[in-house]
Write a protein that binds this ligand. Structure first.
Ligand code: SF4
Length: 160
């Protein structure tokens, strides 16, 4: 099983109620399993955007950072629950690889927004990306992929 951020596959699950259609991934969607950590954490669609404050996803999991939405509400528990629910899928299906949306407070693997809601980005991991990495999942973002790389991932990890 190859997990992919649901919004990249055209599903309207992002905070705005829209999607992040990725043409390459959508062409190969037959091989991909859509997951959305924020939906899995019982957050509604649409919802206010959220950013990490005082650290990144690794720090959220340690309890030293939090996730706050643009209305000032602490939504950390939703983000942690969503990440844990995705980890349950990983363990149940022995998942080794995930392709996650860049820059997201849940799914970002290298870069996240800095918590100021000003569009500034910093190095860091989203909450789900961090938890999956800590559990041995190889995490890619859509920005890492060209068609050859995606075909190689499918050849290595997809099972009918
Ligand atoms: Fe997409 Fe991940 Fe955000 Fe869900 S949590 S909308 S899958 S980036």
């Amino acid at each position: 099983m190859i997990l992919v951020s649901s919004c990249l596959l055209g599903n309207k699950v992002k905070y705005s109620g829209g999607s992040n259609d990725n043409e390459l991934l959508m062409r190969y969607s037959h091989y991909l399993t859509a997951i959305c950590p924020e939906s899995a954490g019982n957050l509604p669609i649409p919802r206010p955007p959220a950013e990490l404050q005082n650290g990144d996803g690794r720090d959220v999991l340690k309890g030293t950072a939090k996730v706050v939405n643009k209305d000032g509400k602490d939504v950390t528990a939703h983000f942690i629950q969503g990440a844990k629910n995705i980890l349950d899928i990983v363990k149940k299906h022995r998942v080794h690889v995930a392709i996650l949306k860049a820059n997201s407070p849940s799914c970002g693997k290298d870069v996240i927004y800095d918590g100021s809601f000003s569009g500034n980005k910093i190095d860091g991991e989203g909450v789900t990306a961090a938890l999956l990495k800590q559990n041995g999942v190889k995490v890619y973002s859509e920005k890492d992929l060209d068609e050859n790389t995606l075909q190689r991932i499918i050849a290595m990890y997809w099972e009918a």
